[in-house]
Design a protein around this ligand. Structure first.
Ligand SMILES: Nc1nc2c(ncn2[C@@H]2O[C@H](COP(=O)(O)OP(=O)(O)OP(=O)(O)O)[C@@H](O)[C@H]2O)c(=O)[nH]1
Ligand SMILES: [K+]
Ligand SMILES: [Mg+2]
Length: 443
């Protein structure tokens, strides 16, 4: 028989109210034992004295009864809303343990909901992301995913693939007079091409959804003393990095996490780029270049009182990056023909001149790159891998379609399995373990 589990659903510590939740076949009996009969109407709050088995009082609180299957987990569920002090919560937990309930594992409530078909795997992930959401953009993306946006997309693909498979297998099993290759090229070819196109478009989204979850990466790069750390501090509005007049001050990467335009952003200050004087600096330069390479946007700084950016330097920049002409309080900014798509900002990190325009550009860039589109974004590496596997198999199916329809059928089946793994339709135990282990306890 399934265990009955309980956990604190609200955050631990002192609070006005704490919510303890229980789920499983023994939830109703535990409610009766702690709150006394009669059991309240389903889904209606009732004020009760909560007591231990020996009759001593724990607290006065609200109780709710959610009989399965119309509950979050699909099982019988109970909620106790008690005064939010640690001693109350502990006494209630002890009383539930005495009723043979056990503490829940992280994500166990949601896992039970998944196992009872209340939500698919992408919706469960959306729920975890919603609980973790710290910015407006994360909240909106998580809510869309929790309410089935990705599920609808993946399920729609799955249904179309099943039709394609039926066409292929029908042709293999019951070839009619007309020759099989011609028939298949007509029936399965175009929908297969269309499906491949949509999966590819979903993958080619510039990792938008993953960035909304994990943060948009901006790297500050430039020669020693260009003013990278000074600019980082201005953007961070605090002394996050050490600033001195000695070239080569910054060696490690200094990261600052911020919210911009409702999205998480990771600003990285890096070591000045030059022929390194020692192994420590050399490692700093190596890290700076690696970070610049993997960042979503690079801000390249130049000290206009000392240098004019050369072609070699500008060649590091990609469309969408920016070139920042710093220390305009000391010298006039030179006229520069920036590469295509690279914005130029004359600033002074010392006086603050030009900073507002630069910040407006950063915010607009983040908003442009991460805002929600009509079609939902894949939000995790797990989704990317699944869609990549599916699209690769579909490509092979397309290649074999007319010459070897049996092989095409096998590849289409492999693609189907990949899509079904995304929504958790076919359960892969270790995938489920990994997904639900990321949840907090009580969810
Ligand atoms: N006048 C003036 N000085 C600046 C400006 N920005 C930075 N500085 C000065 O330039 C020197 C170097 O600044 P940093 O911010 O440490 O430069 P950095 O690029 O981080 O240098 P490294 O970490 O050594 O690569 C410091 O003395 C700053 O005070 C500016 O806009 N105007
Ligand atoms: K410096
Ligand atoms: Mg520095």
């Amino acid at each position: 028989m399934t265990d009955t589990i309980f956990a604190l659903a609200s955050a631990p510590g002192r609070a006005g109210v704490a919510v303890m939740r229980a789920s499983g076949p023994g939830a109703g009996a535990a409610l009766d034992a702690v709150a006394g009969p009669p059991r309240p109407e389903p889904r209606r709050a009732a004020l009760r004295e909560l007591k231990r088995a020996d009759g001593t009082k724990i607290d006065l609180g609200l109780v709710l009864w959610f009989p399965g299957p119309a509950s979050f987990t699909g099982e019988d569920c109970v909620e106790f809303h008690v005064h939010g002090g640690p001693a109350v919560v502990e006494a209630l937990a002890a009383a539930l343990t005495a009723q043979d309930l056990r503490p829940a594992e992280p994500g166990e409530f949601t896992r039970r909901a998944f196992e009872h078909g209340k939500l698919d795997l992408t919706e469960a992930e959306g729920l975890a992301d919603l609980v973790d959401a710290e910015t407006e953009g994360q909240r909106a993306q998580a809510l869309a995913q929790m309410t089935g946006a990705l599920k609808a997309l993946y399920e729609g693909w799955r249904e179309r693939l099943i039709e394609i498979l039926a066409a292929i297998e029908g042709e293999i099993d019951f070839p009619d007079e007309e020759d099989v290759p011609k028939q298949l090229a007509r029936t399965a070819g175009p929908p297969l091409d269309a499906l491949i196109g949509e999966l590819e478009a979903h993958l080619a989204d510039d990792r938008r959804g993953e960035r909304v979850r994990d943060g948009f990466a901006i790297a500050l790069i430039g020669a020693p003393n260009a003013g990278k750390s000074s600019l980082l501090n201005v953007l961070a509005k605090r002394e996050a990095a050490i600033v001195t007049e000695i070239p080569g001050t910054t060696r490690d990467i200094v990261e600052v996490r911020q919210v911009r335009a409702g999205f998480p952003v990771m600003l990285a200050d890096t070591a000045g780029l030059r022929e390194a004087a020692d192994v420590v600096e050399a490692e700093g330069v190596r890290r700076a270049l690696a970070r610049a390479e993997e960042a979503d946007v690079r801000l390249a700084l130049v000290d206009v009182s000392r240098e004019t950016p050369d072609a070699d330097y500008l060649a590091r920049l990609r469309p969408g990056d920016s070139l920042i002409l710093n220390k305009t309080d000391l010298a006039d900014a030179p006229q520069i023909a920036a590469p295509d798509g690279v914005s130029v900002f004359p600033i002074s990190a010392a006086t603050g001149s030009g900073i507002a325009a630069l910040e407006a550009w950063i915010d607009a860039t983040v908003r442009d790159r991460l805002s929600m589109r009509e079609s939902p974004a894949l939000s995790r590496a797990r989704h990317r891998q699944g869609v990549e596997r599916a699209v690769a198999a579909l490509g092979r199916a397309r290649d074999q379609l007319t010459e070897h329809p049996e092989l095409a059928g096998a590849e289409a089946h492999a693609a189907l399995r990949a899509l079904e793994g995304l929504t958790g339709r076919i359960d892969v135990e270790d995938v489920l373990d990994r997904v639900f282990a990321q949840f907090c306890i009580g969810k």
